[in-house]
Ligand binder design. Structure first.
Ligand code: NAD
Length: 485
């Protein structure tokens, strides 16, 4: 086995440790399919060690004030800021996303760490808050206490951001954590271990164990000493996580899949609409849980909009993350590449009409490059219309009325996000109120702020990240009640 560098080992109890049973994961650059690194792969015995370290550290960490924890969170944010260029490059090399997109990820992560530093500080003022009772004979006050040891399991599409959305609020709340990065993109998250060391975060507060889902993820979700599980990933695994956590009635947050609609009305500005539609489906090569992968276009504007959309999709510059002007990279893994091409093939076999794309991108001898692909007039019972593809594949239908658009948009098992493009603010607001989705963007790209919530209706998940809701996920509420003396 190739030698594994120190900070590619497991980060447990403030130190870099080799796994109990030697094993490693190959890390691939999806733009050229080359192995770029190896990281240690943990197993159940390492999970035991990491959870024990987190449990031991919890005794002290839970006693710290919110202000003290805020100090650590801000220091982590500043360290990320100082290493932003390096982290973005690492992220692009491992995930394949254009460097400019990776830079946005790092900026979003910094904003998240800073935001939860503020909320940690505010927690001090929120402790022991008196509750006004209808019964004058009693008094009660509220305490907000950390849930305990949190297992945080994340996917590969926005690894540094998704980790920040979990680790920052968990630490702010006073929890200690075991983070399990995706086996596909572990590099950038391992940097958090180095950052934790550089800010002298107490040992055991943050532990990072890379490895496969069955070897590390599953033992975490069933571990008797884990109090809270927060999972972001596929519905298939999300269901397993929920089942596993149910045995001990652990608190579970789930951020799962999506099949989000984008609604474009006749009164939309075509050029802006094209920009927002492209951003909603081709950013990060379509590997977004919130991808607006079902496009609903009102009949009057459809011919002109689709003609512009086709031209714009065909003009997108594909390439290596570090190439000048590149707008879309490869898919992140070979498995994802085959899965996306499989959906496209099913669409073609079913006779769906292609507006553009429809296969492997030409001009690339290596790498998981797929053409920006648009199918039109897709039947609502097609798997391409109903299932999450998680790649650069857009399915289009037209509609006549606002009511029809809303019905089509809500006809999905998922409910993570939606987009509305309209020149009529009253209409946009009216439609937004009727859509079943956790985040709705009107006349906008998918901007996400630390202060707003993230999470879905229906099968898109349970709970919310970001905002105060993201912190609440790691807090227990306690009331202390007694007679008025
Ligand atoms: P995945 O479900 O395959 O894996 C996610 C994580 O779970 C990985 O770290 C994996 O190793 C781990 N895992 C696998 N098996 C496990 C098990 N039995 N127990 C515990 N953990 C296990 O998902 P993925 O392919 O990495 O990511 C893509 C999926 O994530 C898509 O479905 C996407 O919609 C979803 N996602 C959702 C959001 C959101 O906020 N809702 C954000 C990003 C991605």
């Amino acid at each position: 086995m190739d030698k594994i560098s120190n900070h590619h080992q497991l980060f447990i109890d403030g130190r870099w440790l080799a796994p109990e049973t030697p094993a490693s994961l190959a890390v691939i650059n999806p733009a050229n399919e080359q192995v770029i690194d190896r990281v240690a792969a943990g197993g159940p015995a390492d999970v035991d060690k990491a959870v024990a370290a987190a449990r031991a550290a919890f005794r002290q960490w839970r006693q710290t004030s919110g202000a003290e924890r805020a100090g650590y969170l801000r220091a982590i944010a500043r360290q990320i800021e100082a290493r932003a260029g390096e982290l973005a490059a690492l992220s692009s090399r491992n995930n394949g996303k254009p460097l400019a997109e990776a830079e946005i990820d790092i900026a979003d992560a910094i904003a998240c760490w800073d935001y939860y530093a503020d909320l940690a500080e505010q927690l001090d003022q929120r402790q022991n808050a008196p509750v006004t009772l209808a019964d004058p004979g009693y008094q009660s006050h509220t305490r907000l206490e950390p849930a305990g040891v949190a297992a945080l399991i994340v996917p590969w599409n926005f690894p540094f951001v998704t980790s920040a959305w979990k680790v920052a609020p968990a630490l702010a709340a006073g929890c200690t954590v075991v983070l399990k990065p995706s086996e596909v993109t572990p590099l950038v998250e391992l940097q958090l271990g180095l950052i934790a060391q550089s800010v002298e975060l107490p040992a055991g507060v943050l532990n990072i164990v890379c490895g496969s889902g069955p070897d590390v993820g599953a033992p975490l979700t069933s571990h008797p000493d884990v109090d809270k599980v927060s999972f972001t990933g596929s519905n298939r695994v999300g269901e397993q996580v929920m089942r596993s956590a149910a045995k001990q009635v652990k608190s579970v947050s789930l951020e799962l899949g999506g099949k989000s609609p984008m609604l474009v009305f006749d009164d939309a500005d075509i050029e802006s609409a094209v920009e927002w539609i492209l951003g909603g489906i081709f950013y990060n090569c379509g590997q977004m849980c919130s991808a607006t992968s079902r496009l609903l276009v009102q009949q009057g504007i459809a011919p002109r909009l689709l003609a512009r959309l086709k031209a714009a999709a065909e003009a997108l510059q594909l390439g290596d993350a570090f190439d000048d002007g590149v707008q879309m990279g490869p898919l992140t893994s070979q498995a994802q590449y085959h899965s996306v091409l499989g959906y496209i093939e099913r669409g073609r076999e079913a006779g769906l009409q292609l507006l553009t794309g429809g296969g492997r991108a030409v001009g690339f001898a290596q790498g998981y490059f797929v053409e920006p692909t648009i199918f039109v007039d897709v039947p609502t019972d097609s798997p391409l219309w109903r299932e999450e593809i998680f790649g650069p594949v857009l399915c289009v239908r037209t509609f006549a009325t606002e009511e029809e658009a809303i019905a089509l948009a809500n006809d999905s098992d998922f409910g993570l996000a939606a987009g509305i493009i309209s020149g009529d603010p009253a209409r946009a607001q009216r439609v937004a109120e009727q859509l079943q989705a956790g985040h709705i963007w009107i006349n906008s790209l998918q901007v996400v702020f630390a202060e707003t919530s993230w999470g879905g209706f229906k099968r898109s998940g349970i709970g919310r990240e970001l905002g105060p809701w993201g912190l609440n996920a790691y807090l227990e509420v306690k009331h202390i009640t007694q007679p008025v003396s």
